[in-house]
Design a protein around this ligand. Structure first.
Ligand SMILES: [Mn+2]
Length: 432
């Protein structure tokens, strides 16, 4: 509760006097006919007041010098509640939520149309609530985007947020361990997905993005999520799956051999990716530029690819002047991203972003996730036969602190021997 009030104050005090804030939550999305996807409120709504029910609009305005925060919510309605579930309603919202006043959504047109007359500037995020967008359009006031201010705030996590992110990272780590324990040669990607996701749901959590479970060559497809192939003896499986706790995402990737034993070529690539990942994590220091971890991981990968004889060129050529050299044939994505209420969280910093580079500060949470991919299906580049069909990524969630990086997903092992000893040890006799 305290957290929300502090956030609201910090945000609102950054806005001009003659402004009003009108931020809608996410709309409901339909899956088929009248059946909906599980509802997820907008991250801005969750950040500003924690309201997680549909249709709400957050409002804030100044009256005689002080800010008033307010929320429009679905009113109590027995008929609707019989079908859709109980509602907090207007009274519940105004007495139990970190806001000053609450209104019914049925009055939104009347109240907001009247209110906006007194303000020259409207801070809103269009595109989620067409009625609100129309009211704002009719007013003729200047519309400004509040996201730059909010995103800069969201980048630094409070103590309370860090606690939730630790919980989220811990659940995802334990889910991966569960997956390793129940893995066997011939397991379906979908079975492994279900083991991991049922760990989330049995802990009252849910996935924070579509789980990626890719066996063998499927691991070389970065956003593979059909998860419908059997993983055969001798193959690795790459699992990239995270969950949410009060909206806060975790995002973790491990890669393991389904038969419990890495082959020598698999070990060679795995050890290289692991060294790159550790170098990336160690570069996550207060004051370092965002790109430091990408550079550190990339340098290890470029040299390693030469040492394994995969790249036959100089280090300079392998790395490239702008970290765009030949190693990018096998490592095509960024080394990490911000993590928070969104899995690819706000605040920029991703490779290729045009905005000025972010400097790492205490309280930021990000991922470090280098990988190497040798898809046997690739025809554009030469894939060495020794490594054909290997795709490996290792990803951890990292909190930046004044005393160095803290790995929030450290409960999940990533050393070869630790992983090998876990695989299959949670199977019953009949399965093993
Ligand atoms: Mn990630």
């Amino acid at each position: 509760m305290e957290d929300y009030r502090i956030r609201q104050e910090l945000f609102l005090n950054d806005l001009p006097n003659d402004s009003i804030v009108l931020i809608p939550t996410n709309p409901i999305s339909y899956r088929s006919n009248d059946t909906t996807y599980p509802y997820r409120a907008s991250s801005y709504m969750l950040y500003l007041c924690g309201w997680d029910a549909p249709e709400a609009v957050f409002m804030a305005y100044r009256t005689s010098g002080t800010w008033v925060t307010s929320i429009f919510v679905q009113p109590r309605d027995t008929k609707a509640e019989i079908w859709e579930g109980r509602r907090v309603g207007v009274e519940g919202a105004s007495s139990n939520w970190p806001i000053d006043e609450a209104h019914s959504l049925t009055d939104i047109d009347e109240i907001i149309s009247e209110k906006v007359k007194n303000f020259n500037k409207i801070y809103s995020i269009p595109g989620s609530n067409s009625l609100l967008d129309q009211i704002i359009h009719k007013s003729g006031s200047e519309v400004l985007d509040p996201r730059e201010i909010l995103d800069n705030m969201r980048v630094i996590k409070s103590e309370g947020e860090i606690k939730l992110m630790k919980k989220s990272a811990s659940l995802a780590s334990l889910a991966h361990i569960e997956g390793m324990k129940k893995t066997f040669s011939g397991i379906g990607e979908w079975e492994l997905q279900s083991i991991i996701e049922s760990y989330f749901s049995s802990n009252k959590s849910c996935t924070s993005y579509n789980s990626i479970v890719g066996g063998g060559d499927n691991a070389t497809i970065l956003h593979y999520n059909s998860n419908d192939i059997v993983v055969n003896e001798g193959n690795l499986v790459l699992v990239d799956a995270g969950c949410e706790v009060y909206g806060y995402a975790s995002d973790i990737t491990r890669t393991w051999p389904v038969n419990g034993k890495f082959t020598i070529p698999q070990k060679e690539i795995y050890s290289l990716v692991l060294r790159a990942e550790i170098a990336g994590i160690n570069a996550c220091q207060v004051g370092a530029p965002w790109s430091a971890m990408h550079h550190a991981a990339s340098e290890v990968l470029a040299q390693g690819l030469i040492d394994l004889g995969i790249l036959k060129c100089s280090f300079e050529e392998a790395l490239g002047e702008n970290y765009d050299g030949k190693f990018r044939n096998f490592f095509m994505h960024g080394t990490g991203h911000m993590l928070g209420l969104d899995v690819h969280d706000v605040g920029g910093g991703r490779q290729g972003d045009k905005s000025p580079e972010r400097i790492l500060q205490s309280g930021m949470v990000l991922t470090v996730e280098p990988g190497l991919y040798f898809g046997s299906w690739r025809t554009d580049i030469e894939i060495p036969s020794r490594y054909s069909g290997i795709g490996i990524r290792i990803e951890d969630d990292v909190l930046i602190t004044d005393t160095g990086p803290v790995v929030l997903t450290s409960e999940c092992p990533k050393e070869i021997s630790e992983i090998e000893s876990l695989i299959g040890n949670g199977l019953s006799e009949n399965n093993a």
